[in-house]
Write a protein that binds this ligand. Sequence first.
Ligand code: CTP
Length: 404
Amino acid sequence: MSKNVLIGITGGIAAYKSLYLIRLFVKNGYDVKVMATEHAMQFVTPLSIETLSKHELYTDMFSPAIHRTTEHISLAQWADVCVVAPATANIIGKIAHGIADDAVSTTCMALKNPLFIAPAMNEQMLHNAAVEDNLSLLKQRGVHVIDSQAGFLACNAYGDGRMAEPEDIFHAVHAFMQQKLFPQRSGIKAMVSAGGTQEAIDAVRYIGNRSSGLMGFALAEALADQGIEVDLVTAPTHLTIQHPLVHRIDVESAEQMLQACTSSARQADIVIMSAAVADYTPVKKYEHKLKKQSQNLTIELMPTVDILKTLSLNRAKKQWVVGFALETDNELENARKKMNTKQLDMIVLNSLNDKGAGFSTHTNKVLVLDADGGVVDIPLQSKAAVATEIVKHIFEKLNLNAHE
Ligand code: CTP
């Protein structure tokens, strides 16, 4: 989903903080473009802005380098959200009264998506009747004003008018965008498991597998993008996830995963077990590190609980349960058998025989089998795209409308 943020910088000393604001948006996955007034260029340089945003700065509406005079329209249409920070008394006055005579004011006039402004000026200026009236006019029109704070001002006085900190500006805009992009569907919850469990042998060693967790993380994100609250129960992985609707629960062993999944699944309407759960675990787990010996070492293993089967057979409520199958021989037949014995609604068949599919790759190719006999072939593509397709298919089965 696109997250394009347009930052407008105007001519105030707080402009130096806008560089950090650009960084915050970029770091959090936004595509950032910047426009600035000529006065802003007295405080920050195009080189810093362009290096941080990775895009050309827009400041001169008639620059021969642009080769067209409609850049303000293109930028305004590109932006999912626009943030003017710092917003001087001048730009606030211009936006409030429909004056468009530079790159920032003209682009703001052409915006179709929400506008945030972060005023920054001397206290006397902020409480000037004209500025106060302009700010309340903008608020009435739906412009989001991120209030300035009291603090030390550049004019060496203590007072109102200091621009909100970049983190606060970022969080205000980010929270708004998350709600806009991922409106929560009330009442639908999911539980997704991911990664490969680790079964301790001793204090430092474990039995593990090659699962990266990518598919489970992609599924959690795809469900959350549809407004579903997700509990993501994950075995150890280097992956991170930043989504307001995803609640991550870290576990290590199959036993811990069983406990966490059982507890999360109680509230879930959709359960997806994509984790590679160890089928066996050492009978004895040594608390200290085992010392090297000259003779053979035997580790006795005992079977773990089949989490998927346990969840599926003990469903407390009407629930859609999806399993994964990783097969090398008689793939379809074995997957169907798994679906039947574990009484699943759906099984996603991964094949280790396909190039670019399976563990530790960023791409995958799967067959989705339904309990009613349906088969959907999802061709080789990124795991994120495969996850989106799987979620779409689950939605069809549950008669839910998916957001595009
Ligand atoms: N699974 C589970 N608990 C286990 C083992 C597997 O919940 N202890 C789940 C996996 O998350 C997956 C499904 O069962 O969704 C199938 O896993 P797979 O390894 O393909 O099959 P197994 O049932 O373990 O059988 P086998 O290894 O013999 O193919």
